[in-house]
Design a protein around this ligand. Structure first.
Ligand code: UPG
Ligand code: MN
Length: 725
């Protein structure tokens, strides 16, 4: 961190001077395009060469750190040992009869300034180990000055930053206290600790949340998000969500990692309702909304007026599932009654610094009152007061709010901050805000705002989808089920959230549909006895509707047909494997209380220089693969059975066979990427895949013979009775 902060002193002004994008040095230096395009400043070449060298040196220094720190720590340790040995020897000379004891000094990780690193990961010991350590706060970069600080030539800086603002934002490293035996609530707990620490150290009225596997790709994106927040009526926005975009995904996007249908269709559609769901990263929050308050002026925005489809319906029925939920933290309407500060310690914990910061964050987040129509605006110039300097008491307070016990008997994780108890804490957290009447906005910038990495091999991808689906099932069985939403949630938004909780359950029907074509091939019967007009009309209407829907999605969102098809395919792959498992797991958790773990999805590591997408071909067997594999085998066998029966029958009815096989092929076409994934790299199919395929094939054949002995089957009808005219 210290190395990065010191490199930033050069890198950030360099980016400002030459309009560098993206501002992640690693991706910038790895860009495939011409770095000199549109660059006109004569010293750009010189600056770039210099900064590239600095960056390379920085990287080498970082690579050397594990070794350097170990050597430094050993040296310090040896010195300590010698010192204490000398001390003992002197004592022996002076006093005499004390027995000589070998000195034992616990090993520690030492920092360059000769102090102990409080975390100690090199040599874990009690109180200094992963999952067992005190809270750590390190101010890496001090708060910047209020006025721009322009560079000038006289400085020692190796680059000429004349006229470039060289300020850097405050940078603080936070690691919350961890003790064995405490439930730390994973990411949600980490976010809440950060929210509290930042309330005390900087108290920005807006918070950007990025996952560790994402980075800023467009330095101006934040400004676009702020436009929504500062706009008239923007004070009713709880967050601005940016789409998730990914890098390092195989060009054909075999497992629909880009998720374009979700990010370019669903999320954009939700933007027209109460707003997009929160997807965990790339999201700009209004701090006050995270604190669990109602939006301002919620009284004049009664649901009768904003419910888009059912106007003025429920005045009396106000199905407010939990009135105290929305009333408890009501901040008044900002204007008349002020916030009820007396109740704050019970909700936010005992830090008076934190409690005092809340009204400040609310005030500073208001839109500028530069127009008569802006209600409760912030008077111009109100934010130009200089920022308070950090002192020891502030840091001490920040340490205390990231302690293990701080949240005890408060509403953190229950009504305040990120909500606990779900592996998809993001959806729940956003839902609670919408439920209070807040709106959100989807901000798709021309240039991607943020970019991240995603698991591209089949196994990790399935596990990721499993986790999401499990989260959804949890939501379904919890009080966050949209059926219990407050009356402030718009009807269509409620349906959208209902869908979030329900979609894994579609896997049950999906699996049935995948077996039906095979079944009809085996039995020679189609799902309906005769192809009457009613059936065909239904089929036609459904098919046309689906096609129209697909066309609408593609035309409106501008995604490519291939991307759309990948999403369809993965919907079936995930649906028959991960979604089903999630439903079972979710039921287990609800009924038996058995929990699953939230493990970080593994990220591709670029060791394989020869193949950028080596990760794609990794096959790790998981039982999630059994249902799709079974579907593939059964459909293949069914096609073979139907085919051979037609060949050996006296009057082959090829059109009937074609009709039956068509639906089987349709299922297989969806599962094609899955089959490809199982194969691994050509010629390296894992044995377990063969074993399972063999097992399934034998089972089906035996079953088939048991049910319909060949002599009998030979006379029956072949190929399914459905046929193309
Ligand atoms: O114990 C944990 C586990 C995860 N994280 C964070 O959570 C993020 C998401 O984990 P990742 O393994 O990248 O999962 P994804 O499937 O990529 O995450 C998506 O889905 C998650 C919910 O399941 C959301 O939290 C994420 O924001 C969203 O990007 C990580 O980047 C970490 O920053 C923690 O802080 N603590
Ligand atoms: Mn991720």
């Amino acid at each position: 961190m210290a190395e990065a902060a010191s490199f930033a002193n050069l890198w950030v002004p360099f980016c400002r001077k030459h309009d560098i994008e993206p501002r992640n040095p690693d991706s910038y230096f790895n860009l495939k395009r011409d770095p000199f395009k549109n660059k006109v400043k004569p010293d750009f070449v010189k600056d770039r060469r210099r900064i590239k060298r600095e960056y390379d040196e920085f990287k080498v220094r970082v690579n050397g750190l594990p070794d350097a720190i170990r050597r430094r720590s050993d040296a310090y340790h040896a010195r300590e040992e010698i010192q204490s040995m000398n001390l003992q020897r002197e004592k022996m000379k002076a006093g005499g009869d004390e027995p000589f004891e070998p000195v034992k000094i616990p090993k520690a990780t030492w920092m360059a300034d000769g102090t102990h690193w409080p975390g100690n990961w090199l040599q874990p010991s009690q109180d200094h180990a992963r999952g067992d350590h005190a809270g750590i706060i390190q101010v890496m970069l001090k708060p910047p000055s209020d006025m721009p600080m322009y560079g000038n030539i006289n400085e020692k800086s190796p680059l000429d930053f004349t006229g470039v603002d060289t300020r850097l934002p405050m940078l603080v490293y936070v690691s919350r206290e961890k003790r064995p035996g405490y439930d730390h609530n994973k990411k949600a707990g980490a976010m809440n600790a950060l929210v509290r620490a930042s309330a005390i150290m900087s108290n920005g009225p807006f918070i950007l949340n990025l996952d560790c596997d994402h980075y800023v790709y467009n330095s101006k994106a934040l400004r676009e998000g702020m436009c929504f927040m500062m706009d008239r009526g923007g004070d009713r926005l709880c967050y601005v969500q940016f789409p998730q975009r990914f890098e390092g995904i195989d060009p054909s996007d075999r497992y629909a990692n880009h998720n374009t249908v979700f990010f370019d269709v669903n999320m954009r559609a939700l933007d027209g309702l109460q707003g997009p769901v929160y997807v965990g990263t790339g999201c700009l929050f209004r701090r006050i909304a995270l604190y669990g308050f109602d939006p301002p002026r919620s009284k004049d925005h009664s649901p009768g007026f904003c419910s888009c489809c059912l106007p003025r319906r429920r005045k009396t029925s106000a199905s407010n599932a939990n009135p105290e939920e929305t009333m408890a933290l009501r901040m008044g309407d900002f204007d008349g009654d002020s916030m009820n500060l007396a109740t704050f310690p019970k909700k936010f914990g005992n830090s008076s610094f934190l409690i005092d910061s809340i009204p400040v964050a609310e005030f500073q987040g208001r839109p500028l009152a530069d127009h008569p129509s802006v209600k409760n605006g912030r008077p111009p110039g109100a934010l130009t007061i200089p920022r308070e300097m950090l002192d020891a008491s502030i840091v001490a307070e920040a340490i205390s709010v990231i302690s293990c016990w701080y949240e005890e008997k408060t509403e953190w994780g229950i009504r305040v901050g990120w909500i606990y108890g779900s592996v998809t804490e993001d959806v729940v957290t956003g839902y609670r805000m919408h439920n209070r009447g807040w709106k959100s906005v989807y901000c798709v910038t021309q240039r991607d705002a943020f970019r991240g990495t995603a698991p591209i091999n089949l196994t990790d991808r399935l596990h990721q989808v499993l986790r999401w689906a499990t989260g959804s099932v949890e939501i379904f069985f919890s009080r966050n089920n949209a059926l219990f939403a407050s009356s402030k949630m718009k009807v269509l938004q409620r349906i959208a959230y209902l869908n979030v909780g329900i979609y894994p359950f579609t896997s049950i029907f999906l699996i049935v549909y995948c077996f039906l074509p095979a079944l009809s091939l085996f039995s020679g019967q189609f799902i309906v006895q005769t192809l009457n007009v009613t059936f065909l009309t239904y089929l036609l209407i459904i098919t046309i509707t689906l096609c129209l829907l697909a066309m609408l999605e593609i035309k409106w969102s501008g995604i490519a047909l291939e991307e759309w098809w990948r999403n369809e395919q993965f919907w079936l792959i995930g649906g028959t494997s991960a979604h089903l498992a999630a439903v079972l797991q979710g039921l287990l958790k609800v009924i038996a209380g058995i929990e699953i773990s939230f493990t970080l999805t593994s990220k591709q590591v670029g060791d394989d220089v020869e193949d950028e997408f080596a990760e794609l071909y990794i096959v790790k067997w998981t039982s999630l693969m059994i249902p799709p594999l079974t579907i593939i085998m059964i459909n293949l066998v069914a096609i073979a059975v139907g085919f051979s029966r037609t060949i050996y029958s006296t009057i082959p009815q090829w059109s009937k066979l074609l009709g039956g096989v068509f639906f089987s092929f349709w299922v297989l076409a969806h599962l094609y990427p899955f089959a490809k994934g199982l194969m691994g790299r050509r010629g390296r199919t894992p044995t377990i895949v063969y074993v399972w395929s063999g097992l399934v094939a034998i089972t089906i054949s035996l079953l088939w013979i048991a049910i319909k002995p060949p002599s009998q089957a030979a006379n029956s009808q072949f190929g399914g009775s459905f046929s193309f005219p």
